[in-house]
Design a protein around this ligand. Structure first.
Ligand code: NIG
Ligand code: FE
Length: 451
């Protein structure tokens, strides 16, 4: 059940790869100028054994055993052609126990995307708010009217766990086909004990059933429910006393998140909730500085958060605070794009030496797309990130922003074979350049092709 794509083949060679990107013998979180270094091998091969990357190198150094298999395959194809057969079967043997040989000529191979910030579990959609925004209402106006997060919370309360799961399952599989191999998913549209647990149980079920690597984040502190608008401590009490103990007991979350923003959770409230999560072993990942200089970055850094996310609104002081910390700054350009806000200052963050990741923020209110190809393209086009920087931030650093850097995010022997094989394209830079084009040829999750 765990891997729906299971086949009898456990050994695969991808050869004639135009460029194999993200090859690293060891990995660490990339900071500042290091982000620009995306090691690549031109004209390469990659061997997958089971669910792992077993070996890789240039075609000029292809081990003899593979050379022989390719020769046999070519001889077989020629024989079959002479006999009037198409040779397709021999050209791509998939019998039990045999290695699969995949000719990637003209294609690039890179690690699958690691999307470290999403709200993938939600009910319905909010395109009517989108139209309201086109007519001139701001994100804050919509929230003040009981729209926004509260609108999604009402929809979620009226939706069964099964429906939520089925919808999220569909979205997850759609994202996998777009190249996403690992994903973080937050709660935060429940806002009651029952519905926050419902969301987290859906995420747990996704973890159990999907071949993707999934991390769960408890975001009970996403906004104040209407009944607690003037009783903040009442709602925080509910989070601390009624939600967190059950979440910890049932192992429903890996991280705790708080939306630290004017009109949402103040820095002091953020700290209170995050510390309560930490006392249950949940490391903070904080929504910070989306709409204002909210103090969220400072709180996150003070608490040793794994990441502070959004960062549309930054000044020099906040950038240096982040740069001097071990906290990752996660940029969500599609949210800035959709809300027509200034993009995150990626260049200033990189120049200051910050460690940055890129993520989709997939959610029905501010980023109704989880397409990481678009995130990478937008980061280059609008934030002037170089293609190599954007790819590193959306793969290796994204993996670190989910504590998965030792298993995912690069072409490293022993790491999981979560890979994107592109369509034939001239270079890596072509990917963000030809934004909006479908350039994904094949995706491998845990060593298995899913399409
Ligand atoms: O990351 N900023 C807060 N939360 C989400 C949006 C939530 C919503 O509008 O539904 C975000 O952008
Ligand atoms: Fe978000």
């Amino acid at each position: 059940m765990r891997n729906p794509y299971l086949t009898a083949v456990s050994s695969r060679l991808i050869y004639n790869i135009r460029q194999l990107a993200g090859t690293r013998s060891e990995t660490h979180l990339l900071r500042g100028a290091e982000l620009a270094d995306l090691p690549c091998i031109d004209n390469a091969w990659l061997h997958i054994e089971g669910d792992q990357i077993a070996a890789y190198g240039p075609m000029s150094e292809l081990p003899e055993v593979w050379d022989r298999q390719l020769e046999q395959r070519n001889a077989g194809a020629q024989l079959a052609n002479r006999a009037g057969d198409t040779g397709a079967q021999l050209a791509n043997p998939r019998n039990d126990g045999e290695a699969q040989l995949i000719n990637a000529s003209g294609r690039l191979v890179l690690p699958a995307w690691c999307d470290s910030h999403t709200h993938l579990v939600f009910a319905g959609s909010r395109e009517s708010e989108f139209v309201d925004k086109l007519k001139g209402l701001s994100y804050a106006d919509i929230n003040a009217k009981g729209g926004g997060i509260l609108n999604s919370a009402r929809k979620l309360a009226a939706t069964s766990e099964d429906t939520l799961f089925n919808d999220a399952w569909q979205r997850l599989n759609d994202l996998a086909l777009l190249g996403t191999g690992a994903i973080e998913i937050k709660s935060g549209y429940g806002l009651t004990v029952e519905d926050e647990l419902k969301m987290l149980r859906v995420i747990k079920k996704l973890k159990e059933r999907s071949g993707l690597s999934i991390k769960a984040t408890f975001l009970g502190a996403h906004t104040y429910p209407a009944a607690y608008k003037s009783d903040h401590q009442g709602y925080i009490g509910l989070i601390i006393n009624d939600m967190l103990p059950v979440i910890a007991r049932e192992g429903l979350a890996d991280y705790i998140d708080v939306f630290c923003e004017e009109g949402f959770f103040s820095p002091a409230e953020t700290e209170q909730v995050a510390r309560a999560g930490m006392s249950h072993g949940l490391r903070p990942k904080i929504h910070a500085n989306q709409l204002n200089l909210s103090g969220g970055v400072e709180v996150g850094v003070k608490l040793g958060a794994l990441s502070v996310d959004h960062l549309e609104t930054m000044d020099e002081k906040t950038i240096s605070t982040l740069a001097a910390s071990d906290t990752i700054g996660t940029l969500l350009p599609t949210a800035a794009f959709f809300l027509r806000m200034p993009f995150q200052p990626a260049r200033a963050l990189i120049d200051a030496g910050c460690a940055i990741a890129l993520a989709s923020d997939f959610n029905p209110g501010s980023s109704p797309s989880g397409n990481m190809n678009l995130v990478v393209a937008m980061s280059c086009i609008q934030m002037r990130m170089l293609p190599g920087e954007a790819i590193n931030a959306a793969t290796l650093n994204g993996a670190y922003a989910m504590s998965l850097g030792d298993r995912l995010g690069s072409i490293t022997v022993g790491k999981k074979a979560n890979l994107i094989v592109t369509r034939p394209v001239p270079s890596l830079a072509y990917m963000p350049y030809a934004f909006g084009s479908d350039l994904i040829g094949q995706v491998f999750i845990n060593g298995e092709p899913i399409n």
